[in-house]
Design a protein around this ligand. Structure first.
Ligand SMILES: [Zn+2]
Length: 475
């Protein structure tokens, strides 16, 4: 803490404005006394420091790893705004009113007013803690979030680094090449659409406490029955209370479908900088292929002994894969291979038709129809129909058209080791800030640690010492 405060004193001198300076002053008090109210004060200044070029946060923040959910783990990060990516997100936010009507539901099922979210993309320079998240929504103090605000950011280079793997499982070498070239671009498109127009779209039909409806029942036609809607949320009901344990996976699935569906619109793809027709089609192809690829890889997050999905996004992507396998058979096939010719072990091969017309017709219809159901059930609060449909597609069983339990075993057996992040550093040279990067190897990882800590803490000696005692290892 002493070392930390020494550096915070130095950081305070470089504060860009009064708010940042006051924020650091509160952190200094907090790390000196341990009083949480000082960290809360610091966080209040932090949320007021809007859109800084260099973003930071520090303290005992997340309690994920404490079984009692009380004690928080120390973390600190420095990140830089990715101006180019943030600008694309901004264009997308500004174009939302033109893009929302392209979704497969009528305006009665859309929000009366689109709430423009604050969406920036940051690149992490350094992040200390046991794991690096792909996105953050802080501070964690509820009273501050609800009454004073919070910040919502995507950590761009964490996402892109996670996508750079050697050769993805279950793909032909040709598809692997497409993935290598376009997965980052297609993921940017998918994430932007998912967050902004996925989670941001759709209206909940609801009665107020006075019994007044927030929609015109006669004009609001249920697209699945062709008749005026008969269901909606009562005043004391919410989406979470109605959909219960299914709510996260269902909502993630809806957002992912919006991403797939709107990525087919060439105006949308242009916002992300793809003007060439072939390039546009390649981005779309990889976006759709990636979804099915993730859907199959997701099976690792299914626990067959309790018959439960352990992760909302994984379940959502598996559901989408199942929808495509059921309703767009011409588009996607999965082949089970008894013995992979390289290692002799069971394997899978995903084939996705590289046929843009087919994606635009069969694929669009399959996802569009499904998305319309997801939205209609969500809007009307028809959790009964929603659960029935979602359970059908979430099932992992060997008695379906494909042996999904066997697929799960193969995905599990071919699980790749957890990746480590090699973090960059900065140094002053000729009175300008220089970025120092390190090789993508274990040696590079250690060099990065040395660079960050060696002058003060002797971290190198410490690491070698721990390594000799077998207390730290690299996998
Ligand atoms: Zn989401």
């Amino acid at each position: 803490m002493k070392l930390l405060n020494k550096h915070l004193e130095l950081a305070k001198k470089s504060a860009r404005n009064e708010t940042e300076s006051k924020m650091i002053a509160e952190y200094l008090k907090h790390f000196n006394s341990g009083d949480l109210s000082e960290h809360k004060e610091g966080s209040r200044f932090w949320i007021k420091d809007k859109g800084p070029i260099v973003e930071t946060y520090i303290g005992f923040i997340e309690n994920y790893r404490d079984p009692a959910g009380q004690r928080a783990e120390f973390e600190g990060f420095v990140a830089v705004v990715n101006k180019e990516m943030s600008k694309k997100f901004e264009t997308l936010v500004n174009g939302a009113s033109l893009l929302l009507p392209k979704l497969p539901w009528s305006k009665e099922f859309e929000k009366d007013r689109f709430l423009q979210p604050d969406f920036t993309s940051l690149d992490v320079l350094t992040f200390t803690g046991s794991g690096i998240p792909a996105g953050i929504n802080i501070p964690n103090y509820d009273e501050i979030r609800q009454n004073e605000g919070f910040k919502n950011v995507s950590l761009g280079n964490v996402i892109t680094a996670s996508l750079k793997e050697s050769k993805p499982n279950f793909l032909s070498s040709e598809d692997a090449k497409y993935m290598e070239k376009y997965s980052v671009a297609s993921f940017e498109v998918q994430v932007g659409l998912h967050e902004l127009l996925g989670h941001g779209s759709g209206k909940l039909l609801k009665a107020g406490t006075d019994g007044k409806l927030n929609f015109d029942q006669a004009k609001t036609i249920d697209p699945l029955t062709g008749k005026p809607v008969t269901k909606w949320y009562a005043a004391n009901e919410s989406y979470d209370s109605k959909f219960g344990p299914l709510s996260s996976a269902y909502e993630e699935c809806r957002a992912e479908c919006v991403g797939l569906y709107l990525s087919l619109d060439s105006e949308v793809i242009k916002i992300f900088g793809f003007t060439d027709l072939t390039e546009q089609r390649n981005v779309v192809y990889v976006n759709w292929l990636s979804m099915v690829h993730k859907g199959i890889e997701s099976l690792k997050m299914y626990n067959p002994s309790v018959k439960k999905w352990l992760q909302a996004h994984s379940q959502a992507r598996y559901v989408i894969t199942r929808v495509l396998l059921e309703s767009a058979k011409e588009l996607v096939k999965i082949e089970q291979i008894e013995k992979n010719k390289d290692d002799g072990k069971p394997d899978l091969l995903i084939s996705f038709a590289r046929d843009h017309e087919l994606i635009q017709t069969k694929g669009k219809k399959a996802i569009g129809d499904f998305l319309l159901k997801l939205q209609t059930y969500k809007s009307t609060g028809d959790s009964e129909a929603a659960i029935k449909m979602f359970d059908h597609y979430s099932t992992v069983d060997d008695n379906l058209e494909y042996p999904y339990l066997k697929f799960r075993d193969i995905a599990q057996a071919r699980k790749k080791p957890r990746r480590l992040f090699v973090e960059s550093a900065t140094a002053m040279a000729d009175s300008t800030v220089q970025l120092k990067t390190f090789p993508n190897t274990h040696e590079g990882l250690i060099q990065s640690f040395q660079e960050h800590f060696s002058d003060e803490t002797g971290i190198e000696t410490m690491l070698v010492d721990l390594w000799k005692k077998d207390l730290v290892y690299f996998s």
